[in-house]
Design a protein around this ligand. Sequence first.
Ligand code: AMP
Length: 189
Amino acid sequence: MIQLSTGDMLRAAVASGSPVGLKAKAVMEAGELVSDAIVSALIGERLDDMGEAGAIFDGYPRTLAQAEALDLLLAERHRKLDYVVELCVNEDALVERITGRFTCAQCGAGYHDTFKRPKVENTCDVCGSHDFKRRPDDNEETVRTRLAEYRAKTAPILPYYEQRGLVRRVDGMGTPDAVAAEIDAILDS
Ligand code: AMP
């Protein structure tokens, strides 16, 4: 199973300085949504990487127009969505989680200022690197905008999937392992 993350695709486009990246950079830094046309084109380019085992869409679709575009892209390939997983988390907890997170710049291992510091200060537990990075949009002001965008544009797509019986709610307030186990149980069902 592959993971298709529009956020990762957009960050790669920004890093490469491509035309899409140049358009997306300021929008992402503000915490607003990148245009549906750009995002659906990115997903369309990668959808054929999905083998028999399928894909997890991460951070996509985020608007009703994207959900409709995804339905068409999947129908063209005779594929369908099995589940839509809604992770339910208190907003202040989300802000604390997101503003404190950072990753190893070498191997990508994830850390958090409060919840998961490296065992040896400033040294990656996995690869020993001393180089860490933070996303430019993981500051409180931008996270609050991202959450407002979620409420205004993304949450309204839940009824679209609810009427098809696809939505599964997961309590996102648990530990990372507990949340992962709940999601695994849905995907295995
Ligand atoms: P994420 O990595 O999913 O948190 O996404 C980071 C940022 O990329 C978002 O705040 C948006 O600016 C942009 N982005 C990612 N996925 C989408 C999407 N499906 N639709 C619109 N913008 C997106």
